[in-house]
Design a protein around this ligand. Structure first.
Ligand code: GLU
Length: 442
């Protein structure tokens, strides 16, 4: 997943023709997600002259756990899976962040994602720290029973680190509300009482929040709308391309059409990419994916390589899959006005530089995909108070939070004449540093 071309996420076969020769050569030295996260931190720290002692603390996870997870498989054998939980920094509140099930997971992807969660909750000004979990597995090749046993076994291993005041997981790549339900159930048994608030992104029947399902995409759509205002672009009838068709990507399709009146002309998933100049109907693509397992070969569409999806002349480009999709190989060819990062870490620092020079308005992951964790926070509040909100209330509070964070980041970028990622990082590290100082850590 930290290979430069992320074939699993993009639906692009490894020998994708889009790859330029120079990129093919450099793919021998893939980007490491955690070193990317540190480079981003160092760049922001340099702009504000951050105290060295504070920076040194922020460059490391506070705590991490490596676990071996025994799982009885359907054929009677027992397999040992490996997983992680990284608690990056909880100076501002309990650790918070999703759990990914992915064959390419490593401790460094999880560390990077945990760092990004720390900055994300701080940018959004919600009283939480940052964490991430990951299990090395291929959920697509596992039965529902095997997935349930893996989910429960993982919680038995990391459960001692979790709790409403300690660390609260949530869904991420290839984990679902059903998986959250199994995990909440297992944790509750470990505690001897129902403790549903230990995890968010749960089904509604187990204390989930209305509006959590599409929250990541909804937050991103609000950011796109705000960015378009800044650029003086009328989005109605304008085009969108979406890389990745999981929770974030598919809801982004739906909401870009419904809320912004845009045309989604290209989408992709791990098995292929499709294009149609008139735009796709969300319900029809979802139905096709449900039936066939992929958006590929949607009737009437033209096939695309995933590489060319990134090069389309569209108003908005939405990376909604994995890390490193936008890199030194394709950044120069990108022709969009706005990039809305619904994935975590989709753009490398090299690509960031190129895009900033080209004048692309990049809405960084820390802000753009923060709708998910923001509604997770609302879910924690509802679980704690026992008072469940109506969907309009969730949407209203999310909108307020997103607009406030967007405007803070936009102003910070203008003030220093820097890119939006560095601006978001500065907002975040100032807040984390303030909490660490107040607590006497530095
Ligand atoms: N996995 C999501 C993210 O990366 C949501 C995390 C959460 O809700 O805690 O932001």
């Amino acid at each position: 997943m930290h290979s430069t071309h992320a074939p699993l996420a993009s639906g692009t076969p490894a020998a994708e023709p889009f790859v330029l020769d120079s990129c093919a050569a450099s793919s021998n030295t893939p980007d490491n997600a955690f070193s990317t996260a540190r480079r981003q931190l160092d760049a922001a720290a340099a702009v504000i002259g951050l105290d060295q002692e504070v920076l040194e603390l922020l460059r490391w996870p506070m705590r991490e756990m490596h676990v071996t997870i025994p799982v009885k498989m359907d054929d009677g054998s027992v397999r040992a899976f490996h997983g992680f939980r990284v608690q990056y920094n909880d100076a501002r509140g309990p650790n918070k962040g999703g759990i990914r099930f992915h064959p390419d997971e490593t401790i460094d992807t999880v560390r990077a994602l945990a760092a990004w969660m720390t900055w994300k909750t701080a940018v959004m000004d919600i009283p939480l720290g940052g964490a991430k979990g990951g299990v090395i597995c291929n959920p697509k090749s596992m039965s529902p029973g095997e997935l349930e046993r893996l989910s429960r076994s993982y919680i038995r291993q990391v459960g001692r680190l979790l709790g409403l005041e300690k660390d609260v997981p949530a869904p991420d790549v290839y984990t679902t509300p059903q998986i959250m339900a199994w995990m909440a159930d297992e944790y509750s048994f470990m505690q001897g009482h129902n403790d549903f608030g230990v995890i968010t992104g749960k089904p509604l029947a187990l204390g989930g929040s209305l509006g959590r399902g599409d929250a990541t995409a909804r937050g991103g759509i609000i950011c796109i709308r705000e960015a378009a205002k800044m650029l003086g672009i009328d989005l109605r009838g304008k085009t969108v391309a979406i890389n990745g068709y999981g929770n974030a990507g598919s809801f982004a399709h739906k909401l870009a059409v419904e809320l912004l009146g845009m045309k989604v002309v290209a989408v992709s998933d791990s098995r292929g990419a499709i294009h149609h100049p008139d735009g796709f109907n969300h319900a029809a693509v979802m139905e096709h994916k449900k039936r066939t397992g992929s958006v590929a070969a949607f009737p009437g569409s033209a096939p695309l390589t995933n590489g060319s999806l990134f090069e389309l002349d569209v108003t908005v480009l939405i990376p909604a899959a994995l890390e490193d999709e936008i890199n030194h190989c394709n950044a120069q060819n990108i022709r969009t006005s706005i990039i809305a990062e619904l994935a975590n870490g989709p753009t490398t620092p090299e690509a960031d530089r190129v895009l900033h020079e080209k004048g692309v308005y990049l809405i960084p992951d820390l802000l753009c995909n923060a709708g998910g964790v923001t509604v997770s926070y609302f879910e924690m509040v509802q679980n704690t108070s026992g008072w469940y909100w109506e969907e309009e209330a969730v949407h209203g509070q999310l909108e307020k939070k997103m607009i406030a964070a967007f405007s803070t980041v936009h102003q910070e970028a203008l003030a220093h004449n820097i890119d939006h990622r560095t601006a978001a990082m500065i907002v975040a590290i100032r807040r984390v540093a303030e909490a660490m100082k107040l607590r006497g850590w530095v």
